[in-house]
Design a protein around this ligand. Structure first.
Ligand code: T1G
Length: 648
């Protein structure tokens, strides 16, 4: 039974039980209608509590039903029936109340949540808008500005914030169901509190329009965030029934859109990425104390990511001075997070309380997992891992964050190499969601499973990669950059490539990214590899020439662009360098349309993606899409270059 009805005195208790996440599948909707009718027609029932079995409250509509013919009763009808109930209904929320789940709760006459619950309307992440009254009820309850923020970002709110803004009435101190029963009893005999009848809280129309414009700008081509925000604005202008009708029209249109199909591909791809053949039955090991070797930019970001996720972190640097500098760097990252409102002062203090810094590697002895983020040099890393092998427990997991070295060569110095793997973070590691979990030749299944589980606990997305130069991401990016560099030499300029790709939806064009990251590291690598370069392959010298001219990117004030007042500007000196390179290569420069630029880049990525698949480096095409979306700013609402090319 997807919905059951039990009794506790005069209170009827409706329990949804539809694992894994209590989505509102057809059986749930039908079951709710039936149980509701039964409770309402029973004169001995005075109030109703709605809760869920299992690990979470309703996490939304059943995404598996999208694209299938809709089956009655529809969710908006169930939601309306709840709100219209003659007996007060209280939602008892644990876990996550998302999408249709929050919409059910919004229609209830009271909401109680456990202290660790999370609430949100994440529909925009699936390329749609809430479809069961969310855009109309939410602003009536919490006001237009906050409702617009929630529906357009899809972010989740924790219980504390939900209580502060009035989204929930009570935080359950002890037993959730008892607290919900108590609230339900207190509502008996009162005027029913229908969210749809609440007066819209006053708000500043001008500010709301500005907020809307900001949503539209940030969405860069994705339709659903602005559509959801617009519906919230309309909630303040239209009657509830009109607003609901507008929401329905918008929902039905977007659910058919290519953007929604693409984002649903991404949703499914993320779940599939966690499923690794051979690991289905493997239980990850417990990890609590994590060592990070090296507290440069990458190491500091990794340490912060682990601190956010509740781990105890021990950071080791080579000497006292570097150790102090590392701590300052980590604290600096926290300061920025506090300033931008991402974490509170209290959280900062708690998280930093789990950090210790050392100038002696032996301090890593108690660690369950150690990750190195030291200089990307084989001799440096092998020396480190040989020593680490003697310091940590024989079963402690050892991970390298190398970007380009062969982790199997490093594994050769590790005692018990089956506990060694790659965990390749992207910079800044505390922000970027992607981590490549690199499957070394000898890694034990339990170690790989633990790597994936740790990445998931970090709130990041783990994608399995085999061993090859650059793994999945940097290998694709090399192909991507190669096409761009060829085009520079063939006739376009950096700003034209960046503009074409940014208009396509990339977060940032490759040359703007390069200027931000710095041009010197890859220059040093090219110089190191110069002797072994294949002379028969086309080699574009533009990047080298820029470095020779002292243009290392933003850190030196100039790179592919000039930055006179901090803003990127086309620089005639760069244009001259590029044109000279073309002349030296004997190339007659020709113009490119923006569409040609985009398709040449995507073709380059897809052809490298096919090789990566054929070689078994990526488990599946959708993993490649995820890497580009989460590591390189490819627009999620386009699904990914592989799916776009029809490779699934
Ligand atoms: N429908 C069907 N299955 C779902 C599902 C959903 N909405 N959400 C998760 N699953 C499956 C998932 O595929 C996986 O299955 C398992 O549950 C565990 O998920 C009208 C239109 C709830 C926070 O977007 O954010 O409501 O792979 O690995 O990390 O307005 O899942 O094991 O077979 O992600 O603990 C809005 C999406 C829908 C929520 C749990 N709701 N889900 O995270 O586990 S649209 C969402 C999540 C809507 C209405 C509209 C997360 C989670 P399998 P998991 P998790």
């Amino acid at each position: 039974m997807a919905v059951s009805l039990t009794r506790d005195g005069e209170i009827a208790h409706l329990i949804i039980d539809n694992p894994p996440v209590n989505a509102t599948s057809h059986a749930v909707r039908a079951g709710l209608m039936q149980a509701l009718a039964q409770a309402n027609s029973d004169e001995t029932v005075s109030a109703i509590v709605l809760s869920c079995a299992g690990r979470t409250f309703v996490a939304g509509a059943d995404v598996k039903e999208f694209g299938q013919p809709p089956q009655q009763p529809f969710l908006p009808d169930v939601v309306s029936a709840i709100e219209a109930s003659s007996k007060p209904i209280v939602a008892a929320i644990h876990g996550t109340a998302l999408g249709g789940g929050l919409e059910l709760a919004l229609a209830c006459h009271g909401r109680v949540a456990s202290a660790d619950a999370e609430l949100g309307l994440p529909e925009v992440k699936l390329g749609i808008v809430p479809g069961a009254g969310g855009t109309q009820r939410l602003p009536r309850l919490i006001g237009v500005p906050l409702a617009m923020d929630l529906v357009s970002s899809g972010r989740r709110m924790d219980t504390a914030e939900a209580e502060a803004c009035g989204l929930i009435d009570v935080v359950a101190e002890g037993d959730l169901i008892s607290a919900a029963m108590a609230l339900a009893s207190s509502l008996v005999g009162c005027e029913p509190r229908q969210t749809s009848s609440l007066a819209m809280p006053a708000f500043d129309e001008g500010e709301a329009q500005k907020q809307f414009a900001a949503v539209e700008k940030k969405a860069r081509g994705q339709q659903s965030p602005a559509a959801a925000a617009r519906l919230v604005l309309q909630a303040a202008q239209l009657s509830f029934a009109e607003g609901l009708a507008a929401e329905r029209v918008c929902f039905l249109e977007l659910v058919q859109s290519d953007q929604s199909k693409a984002l649903r591909h991404v949703f499914a791809a993320e779940r599939v990425a966690a499923k690794v053949p051979g690991l289905e039955e493997v239980k990850p090991r417990a990890v609590q104390t994590v060592g990070v070797v090296g507290a440069g930019l990458m190491g500091a970001g990794i340490a912060v990511a682990f601190l956010h996720a509740g781990y105890t972190v021990r950071v080791v640097e080579r000497d006292e001075t570097s150790m102090k500098a590392g701590r300052v760097r980590i604290e600096g990252l926290f300061t920025r997070l506090v300033k931008s409102g991402r974490i509170s002062e209290v959280d900062r203090a708690e998280q930093l309380g789990r950090l210790s810094t050392f100038a002696d590697r032996s301090a890593l002895a108690p660690c369950d997992l150690v990750i190195e983020a030291v200089f990307d040099d084989l001799a440096v890393k092998t020396e480190l891992f040989a020593e680490l092998s003697t310091i940590v427990r024989p079963d402690a997991i050892l991970a390298t964050n190398t970007s380009y070295l062969d982790p199997d060569e490093i594994a050769a110095v590790v005692t018990n190499p089956e506990r060694f793997l790659g965990l390749h973070f992207f910079s800044p590691a505390n922000i970027m969601r992607l981590v490549e979990v690199v499957r070394t030749a000898q890694v034990a299944p339990v170690v790989l499973a633990t790597g994936l589980a740790v990445v998931k606990r970090l709130g990041k997305l783990g994608v399995i990669s085999g061993v090859c130069e650059g793994f999945i991401g940097n290998r694709l990016f090399t192909a991507y950059r190669r096409e761009c560099d060829f085009m520079l030499e063939d006739g376009v300029l950096p700003h034209e490539i960046d503009a074409a790709l940014e208009n396509y939806g990339f977060a940032m064009g490759p040359y703007a990214v390069n200027d931000m990251a710095g041009l010197d590291i890859s220059w040093a690598r090219r110089k190191r590899n110069a002797a072994t370069r294949d002379p028969s392959k086309r080699y574009v010298t533009i990047a080298d020439r820029l470095c020779e001219a002292g243009r290392f990117g933003q850190k030196s004030g100039k790179g592919y662009y000039a930055y006179p007042d901090g803003r990127r500007m086309v620089d005639p000196e760069v244009t001259a360098i590029i044109e000279q390179s073309s002349r030296d290569a004997g190339i007659d420069r020709r113009p490119f349309e923006a569409a040609d630029i985009v398709s040449r880049v995507l073709d380059g990525i897809v052809s490298e993606g096919r090789k990566i698949l054929d070689e078994g480096i990526a488990l599946r095409a959708s993993d490649i899409d995820l890497v580009l979306i989460n590591g390189y700013g490819y627009p999620a609402w386009r699904g990914g270059p592989m799916v776009q090319a029809g490779i699934q």
